[in-house]
Design a protein around this ligand. Sequence first.
Ligand code: RB5
Length: 149
Amino acid sequence: MEKSRFYLGSDHAGYRAKEALQKFLQKKGFETIDFGTHDESPSDYPDFAEKVGKAVASEKGSFGLLVCGTGIGMSIAANKVRGIRAANPFDASTAKAAREHNNANVICLGSRTYPIAKAKKILEAFMKAEPSKEERHLRRVGKITGMER
Ligand code: RB5
C-alpha cells in the first residue's frame, strides 16, 4: 500500500483503540484524518461509518479504519456507502485476503473482540497487502461494483 491517507472513525466502544491505531498508522508514515468520536460518551457507530465511507469513496486511493465493539456494525453500515468495500477481518490472514481478493478500502476492527496488539497485527497485514491483478478477482470485485447500479 502506498502511504495514502487513512480516514478514521469509531464509536464510544472503539474510541481508545481508534486513538491507539491512529498513532500506529502515523508511525508507519500514513496521514490520518480523524472523524471522531472524541471521547467515551455514547455515540452511534453508523454516523462515523457514513462520514468515513463518504470520504474514502470520494478520494481515490484513500482508506478507512473504523472501530466499534466488534467491527461488525461499522462494516454493515460502511458497506451501504457506494464505492465502499468494508471488511471485518478477524486475523492477519483474513485482512490480507480482504485486500488481495476483495480490494477492500475500509477495514473495520473490534475493540472488544481481541487485544489491541492483535488489532495492530490485523491492520498491518491489511496495509502491507495489495489487490490481486488476477482476472478472477478483478471480475468478482467488478460484480460487486455492478450491484451498486
Ligand atoms: C456498542 O455497544 C456496540 O454495539 C458497537 O460498538 C458495535 O459493536 C456494533 O456493532
